[in-house]
Design a protein around this ligand. Sequence first.
Ligand code: BES
Ligand code: ZN
Ligand code: ZN
Length: 497
Amino acid sequence: MFTVLNHLDLSYLHEVLVIGLFEKNKQLDGLAGEMNELLDGQLMTLLKEGDISAKKKAVTKVHTLGKINIKRLYFVGLGKEEDLTFEVLREAFGKLFKTVKEAKLTKIAVALDTFTNGKIDYNEAAHALAEALPLATYQFAGYKQKANEPEKQIEKVIVYTQGAQEEVQASLTVGYVYGEATNSARTLVNMPGNMLTAADLADYAVEMAKKYDFEYEVLEKEDMEKLGMGAFLAVNQGSAEPPKMIVLKYQGKETWENVIGLVGKGVTFDTGGYSLKPRESMVDMKTDMAGAAAVLGAMEIIGELRPEQNVVAVIPATDNMISGHALKPDDVITSMSGKTIEVKNTDAEGRLILADAITYAKHHGANYIVDVATLTGGVIVALGNHTTGAMTNNEQLFEQLLEASAETGEFIWRLPITEKDKERVRSSKIADLNNSPGREGHAIMGGAFLSEFAEDTPWVHLDIAGTSVTSSAHDLGPAGATGVMVRTLAAFVERFE
Ligand code: BES
Ligand code: ZN
Ligand code: ZN
């Protein structure tokens, strides 16, 4: 996909050369200045007239009318030089690639060094560029009989930089892996419940394990019964689809210590169970496995980049259905941890399956746990659709996730879990825990419930109910699944200490 070259060769015909432009009192310097001279000062005129914009994320196409050996120049506005951040840069590249794709161009050249400032060097610019390409141009194939004309894809990007070629190439590879893995997760989330059952999710994970040489395990119903996973099994009770507990292990250290557990909610469809969802809220509940998809996406990055870390991924996969066998409100179930749970709401199923998955992650030696789940509608009310809710029992672990998320631009914000909140999830008269102690602080109740299973293990809970899907297209992707937390989890694992 990427070829890195050290200097711009004008004897070579380019369809498009992309140049970054900072707002600078109507001046053109560097490469833009050189192009201006080659084009007899015409670029300066366009800039003065406002036909080329240096505003943040503005993309301007200029046809060179055969005057130089480059057919078109694309200028990407970057705003004020001192204000450019990694996040803005990634979005600016996203806009660029959307424009390039719309124009049906398959090959472009980018003057990478015009996208750097004092804070962002060519390696970071390369990462932003390579990550934005797959993210911005992603499209879910769908199932139409007569598929649309296969869209022209960008096939080649020539990257010009004064930077060290190998380093830039490596940064491009990393960025591209991050983007592609996010797209893998998006595809899983966009797939409907009948096309992606728990068994399908398990098959997908096993394929990945074989590809990257991960150790793996898929527990069947009988195995779960033996292990006493009563909370997970209860959710699956009403289903015709067998449950799967999926485990992937990546060992990047010599010994199995300091193990990071990544746990992802894999509800392939959530009807609510007997606490049935109203018809409008049930639509889109195919996306209730976005936590599982985030964990699998992160494992794809880990498999590609092979960091020196130990990671165990645990995914409880099932749908949440009704039948004569299904779980009912008021039922009391026993989790693998031994704790009993009074089920007040069968639609609070995520915390039930995660309870056993967290216990099982510890069973596999997880010393730290991060769970990712589309857990509550409450987090959407609290934080909206752009911020993931986080809850924790460990400041340091949370700080590390926060840092990773700042890098990836996937914002997280912490909600508290107080002793009073814990009392509420322990408020059942007849069991240890209550899975739904009322609507107040809804998202927090989910977190407080899970903390009962994390116990003393440092743990962070990420509620992605609001961020896993978007209703409108954005600079880094179309409407639909976002693949949120794939990149944050991977960045967190890479830098974990
Ligand atoms: N899967 C839902 C949460 C959800 C809501 C995800 C909207 C994405 C968009 C979850 O299982 C659920 O139903 N939660 C209940 C919890 C309640 C019954 C305590 C909710 O949020 O209403
Ligand atoms: Zn539910
Ligand atoms: Zn759910």
